[in-house]
Design a binder for this molecule. Structure first.
Ligand code: NAD
Length: 266
């Protein structure tokens, strides 16, 4: 697939999944990629670097992924400039490692809004733009991918608010895939295991300092290591491509095997 256009949310973090995915997708011959985030300290540099190294038009844009106006704004921009939208990667999210006592209704709703409403909004508004694209270009196909987590499937991974928001993402993607029945728009979730990014840095530092926790952490991956953001990026680049044309409504783990079995000593 060439000349396709898409949007990625949550790209500002230097070590994040969004940024790594922007690089992975830029190698697949897109026409343009929007790299977006609620923060923009490192967005423009990312966009410039991608354009310089790949020739892909890469546009940095400040977008709060949970704001309807912002999401519609960046999608409208893509339609105005390129008259098409082929993929939307709803990746932006926040961690929430607060204890049960620290959780409040406000904290719960904030986590749900940023993590899960952003995916709902992506499916709602991006699919409308993808329908517009296919009405103009009958051979086009849309792909929406969202970053859920192994916390969606394994209770105990993350706080209740975080786990609930990620389970909601999986359900929004599965239900969304069927609400878009017959429209050739695929919707999938990726479920990363523990990936080394800004989000997990404090947690992983605490684990490294404690040999017992470190041993347990390694037991949670059949590959005895944490994941790298580009390993999630490679899966997302596949899911947005035509190679994944019969995959929809799925939650695909990229987790070193951690959800495949209970940890055990081989
Ligand atoms: P990260 O903190 O490195 O990057 C997250 C990015 O999202 C940041 O740049 C942040 O500014 C941005 N962001 C936060 N709120 C936003 C909003 N409202 N609008 C737009 N951007 C916003 O973290 P990461 O690990 O790359 O996380 C990316 C996604 O992966 C998140 O949804 C996270 O929950 C999920 N995830 C991460 C892991 C992991 O182990 N790192 C595991 C499972 C799922």
């Amino acid at each position: 697939m060439e000349n396709f256009v898409g949007i990625i949310t949550g790209c500002n973090s230097l070590t994040g999944i969004g940024r790594a995915t922007a690089y992975s997708i830029s190698k697949k011959n897109p026409k343009a990629i929007y790299v977006t985030d609620i923060k923009d300290s490192d967005l423009a540099t990312l966009a410039e670097e991608i354009t310089k190294t790949t020739g892909v038009e890469c546009i940095a844009k400040l977008v709060d992924a949970s704001s309807d106006e912002d999401v519609k704004g960046v999608i409208d921009d893509a339609i105005k400039k390129y008259d098409r939208l082929d993929f939307y990667f709803a990746n932006a999210g926040i961690g929430n490692a607060k204890s049960m006592a620290e959780q409040t209704k406000e904290v719960f709703l904030e986590t749900m809004t940023i993590n899960a409403w952003s995916v709902f909004a992506a499916v709602k508004y991006a699919s409308a733009a993808m329908e517009h694209t296919s009405s103009q270009k009958p051979k086009s196909a849309g792909s929406i991918v969202a970053t859920a987590s192994i916390a969606a499937a394994r209770s105990g991974a993350g706080s209740m608010s975080y786990a609930a928001s990620k389970a909601a993402i999986v359900n929004i993607c599965q239900t969304g895939a069927w609400r878009l029945h017959g429209k050739n728009i695929r919707v999938n979730a990726v479920c990363p295991g523990v990936i080394e990014t800004e989000m997990t840095k404090p947690l992983l530092e605490a684990v490294t300092e404690d040999p017992r926790k470190q041993r347990l952490a390694m037991l949670h991956s059949a590959l005895e290591r944490y994941g790298r953001p580009e390993e999630v990026g490679a899966m997302v680049a596949f899911l947005v491509s035509r190679d994944a044309s019969f995959i929809t409504g799925q939650a695909i783990a990229v987790d070193g095997g951690s959800t495949a079995a209970l940890p055990y000593l081989p």
